[in-house]
Design a protein around this ligand. Structure first.
Ligand SMILES: [Zn+2]
Length: 355
């Protein structure tokens, strides 16, 4: 694989610049030649020391500063950390205060959060002085019943899939689903269903099951267990136990732009700009270290959204808002192309040359 550090060296640096920490780096002029950039094998072997320091340096401020740009993964416009801090400061103690603050940030909310917020707005009308926690607590019961029904359906489906296995194997599966059923319907407050634990139990079944195909089907069904990120009932049930402040923050928290390592750090992805993308906290957290190719397969909308992201980045570069970063669109497009095994093949066009 072509390492970005070699790749950067294929084109002559234009001039040396300093960032605000006084670290020197070269401003590179290959954004206007994406074809050369993407298709040429590295030739030069000698890399200037300043280059190494620039590429090794986690220079992510200009990426973070992209701020209100769409998430290249889910396509929702992202919030800045500054906006998030503003939300945190203005939630007050009552639902009416929280609602009036959060209304300004509604467009950043993800679908589940938006739906929960709409419910909270309704509930707050009759109880403006109650806290968000009080509202969730009062309305938790029907959501809990809905959630349990969904969880039980998934457990039943896992059992149904296991019917293709031997009787002994079926019994092993049943052990896990039965324990989980008890946890799901437990009225003991100390006993809480944890999706992670359930999936771990399913993972442990793998060595006991001979038919890989059936196991994979079961695993896939088990992954459908609702989370507070993808299910309103799960959100209400989980956050009814949190504070007013936490609930209010949670409605927008995952919309804040975060630095995504396109090649995950755990896979050897480096802290360098060409490996960075601004991505909403929700997608970043959900992807974790899943290889990009697999992630794109399960999130096909990314093809369109990464292009929109890059187009907006180019627009900002051309508007003079990202000085010294004209290399970024081609560099990040290259990383996306490589890491997704060609699934993300972006057009990088019209980047104006910097003086
Ligand atoms: Zn996202």
């Amino acid at each position: 694989m072509i390492q970005p550090i070699q790749l950067f060296s294929t084109l002559a640096p234009k001039k040396v610049q300093s960032n605000k920490n006084n670290q020197q780096f070269y401003s590179v002029n290959f954004a206007t030649k994406p074809d050369t950039f993407e298709r040429t094998e590295p030739k030069a072997k000698n890399i200037a020391p300043a280059y190494v320091s620039f590429l090794g340096y986690a220079h992510d401020e200009p990426i973070r500063a992209l701020g209100n740009i769409i998430c290249p993964c889910c396509g929702v416009e992202m919030m800045t950390q500054k906006q998030m801090n503003d939300v945190s400061k203005r939630l007050g103690n009552t639902s009416s205060q929280a609602v009036s603050t959060l209304k300004n940030y509604e467009k950043y909310m993800h679908p589940v959060e938006k739906e929960c917020f709409n419910m909270m707005k309704d509930w707050a009308k009759s109880k403006p002085d109650a806290s968000l926690k009080d509202l969730l607590q009062e309305n938790k019961e029907p959501q809990l019943i809905k959630l349990q029904a969904k969880q039980n359906t998934i457990l039943d489906n896992v059992d149904i899939i296991s019917k293709e296995l031997s009787e002994n194997e079926q019994a092993e599966v049943k052990k896990v689903t039965d324990i989980t059923r008890k946890i799901v319907s437990s009225t003991d407050k100390e006993i809480k269903f944890k999706r992670k634990t359930f999936l771990k139990d399913i993972d442990e079944l793998q060595s006991k099951i001979s038919n890989e195909e059936v196991y994979a089907k079961m695993r896939k069904e088990a992954e459908k267990m609702p989370t507070s990120q993808n299910d309103v009932s799960a959100f209400v049930v989980k956050y009814a136990e949190r504070t007013h402040q936490e609930i209010g923050e949670r409605l927008v928290k995952l919309s804040v732009g975060t630095i995504e390592h396109i090649k995950p750090r755990s896979e050897g992805g480096r802290n360098m700009v060409s490996n960075y993308m601004l991505e909403c906290g929700g997608c970043n957290h959900e992807r974790s270290s899943i290889p990009l190719g697999d992630w794109v397969d399960s999130h096909p909308e990314m093809k369109e959204n990464t292009q929109k992201y890059i187009d907006e980045v180019i627009k900002r570069i051309n508007d003079g808002k990202m000085k010294g970063f004209s290399f970024y669109p081609a560099a990040v497009a290259h990383t996306l192309f490589q890491q997704s095994d060609g699934r993300l093949d972006l057009k990088v066009e019209g980047v104006k040359e910097e003086d």
